[in-house]
Write a protein that binds this ligand. Structure first.
Ligand code: ADP
Length: 495
């Protein structure tokens, strides 16, 4: 009988179950979307019941389809949308309110107050994060302050808090395990990443009773077993990591300075900084990359709000292309010296500018500018924004020599070659596009003894294609400077 590792990849719009063999190859997968709720301006919610139902149903379908018997799944890993906040009743196991999703901005003005009160430095020093509604702490406080009777119940020890990993774990174990892992904890804005403990001062600031919090374990650990009633047999749960950290692990970025960049709707760049949590002076986030055998590896993270979304805009907004993949051919056919710059600052500029009021622009239009040039400039913008992040990382003291990429946009080979040209580093694409699920399968398999060590995992990681710079450094600099000039023109504030 063959052995497998099962990975649950619980994302923002869908849940997936993926079955891996013991060499990290994908055997099969199941995916299910679930509804998004927007009850107010800037509010985004999920129902925890729909999250768990989609998780259970994808896993069950996959196990049935592959005729999996008891004992064949050596280990289970969970990777998840990060920061999304759920509170549930420890006795009934029922959530007291919907999940407040990471994108939700309802706590913006409270975050602004915290900044005005001078908390930014302390919070960055303890948690590695910038004060933002994105992270769980203010969402959790909102739940306790706004759901009837919640605070009294929480103070009486009757409620549990968790990010999505923790909620899934509780449901899979039917309340036996209330744990999270260090990567997810590091996104709550309540966790001291240096001491690897919930921070007393921050719990007091946000008025959060400690009895609600999950215990924080390593990313590869014994988290408990799935209750038999879910799948007909029990499965040990042995890996948990937030999605971007799981992707870093799935890309085998184990060395200090190794970087992965995930190109989906947005883009997340993460660099391994080893056993040091760097304090960014360029508004990047310092976070836990993974924790194994009690040893913490840190990362620096930067994100681009609009990556694949600019291609969606060309398709659905401007109707210049009919499908995303058309962008590759059009970019190739464009006049490559068009001198056009497209800045997709649809919702402002993120790191390293942090200018929420800036808006997008297309500069340098001439009589011969056509659709192809606009598409070409849109793809270039994703590369220049990546360069902005890597420059910020370099300013924070990190030397970047190569970049591993994944995500839907990396199907575009023209993009990857332009990226290598622009960054002047080698860009590598892995055989396995499913780096997030693979990462947590690696973590679970490590704990189960399927994989012996990080170097064993490294040996399983394979490159599918590598792109080397094909233009000179001087040429790359010239192009990047045109981008920087264009960005200067749309900024509303100088920092
Ligand atoms: P997410 O996980 O954020 O939903 P995916 O990793 O599935 O994103 O990637 C989808 C994104 O990639 C979409 O925004 C789409 O426009 C973009 N995309 C997909 N294929 C291509 C392509 N060949 N060229 C450029 N962009 C693409």
């Amino acid at each position: 009988m063959k052995s497998y590792i099962l990975a649950i990849d619980q994302g923002t719009t869908s849940s997936r179950a993926m079955l891996f063999d013991c060499l990290g190859n994908v055997v099969d997968s199941e995916q299910q979307e679930f509804p998004q709720y927007y009850p107010d301006n800037g509010w985004v919610e999920h129902t925890p019941e729909e999250i768990i139902a989609s998780v259970l149903s994808t896993c069950r379908k996959l196990l049935a389809k592959q005729h999996i018997q008891a004992g064949q799944i050596k280990s289970l890993g969970i990777t998840n949308q990060r920061e999304t906040t759920i509170v549930w009743d420890k006795t009934t196991h029922k959530p007291i309110y919907n999940a407040i999703v990471w994108q939700d901005r309802r706590t913006s003005s409270y975050c602004q107050q915290l900044v005005e009160q001078g908390w930014a430095e302390t919070i960055q020093q303890k948690t590695g994060l910038v004060i933002d509604p994105y992270f769980s702490a203010t969402k959790l406080k909102w739940l306790l302050d706004n759901v009837d009777g919640a605070r009294a119940k929480a103070e009486a020890g009757q409620l549990a808090f968790g990010t999505v990993d923790s909620f899934i774990l509780w449901q899979l174990t039917q309340g036996k395990s209330h744990y999270t892992d260090a990567t997810n904890a590091s996104r709550t804005m309540l966790f001291n990443i240096h001491q690897q403990a919930w921070d007393q001062e921050l719990l007091e600031l946000f008025d959060i009773p400690a009895s609600m919090l999950p215990q924080v374990l390593d990313s590869a650990a014994d988290f408990g077993c799935t209750s038999e009633q879910h799948f007909g047999f029990d499965i040990p749960i042995q890996g948990i990591a937030g999605d971007q950290q799981a992707a870093l692990f799935g890309q085998a970025c184990f060395e200090t300075g190794s970087v992965k960049s995930t190109y989906g709707t947005g883009c997340f760049v993460m660099v391994n900084t080893g056993d040091k949590a760097l304090k960014s002076n360029n508004k990047l986030l310092s976070t836990v990359a993974y924790r194994i055998n009690g040893q913490v590896t840190y990362a620096l993270e930067g994100s681009i709000f609009v990556a694949g979304a600019v291609i969606q805009w060309l398709r659905d907004g401007l109707e210049l292309i009919s499908k995303a993949s058309d962008s590759e051919r059009l970019a190739m056919e464009a006049n490559q010296d068009h001198g056009l710059t497209l800045i997709p600052a649809f919702t402002g500029l993120g790191a390293p500018y942090w200018d929420a009021d800036a808006r997008g622009a297309i500069l340098g239009i001439t009589r011969d500018t056509g659709i192809k040039e606009i598409v070409n400039a849109a793809l270039q913008s994703v590369c220049f924004q990546t360069k902005d992040l890597l420059m910020a990382m370099e300013k924070d003291g990190i030397d970047i020599k190569s970049l591993k990429v994944d995500g839907g946009m990396t199907n575009n080979q023209w993009l990857l070659q332009y990226l290598a040209n622009c960054l002047q580093v080698e860009v590598t694409q892995p055989v396995s596009a499913e780096t997030t699920a693979l990462g947590v399968a690696f973590l679970a398999g490590l704990q189960a003894g399927v994989f012996q060590s990080l170097s064993h995992i490294q040996s399983l990681w394979q490159a599918k294609a590598a792109f080397s710079p094909q233009i000179s450094q001087a040429d790359a600099n010239k192009r990047y400077h045109s981008w920087l000039d264009a960005v200067e023109r749309i900024r509303t504030e100088q920092t």
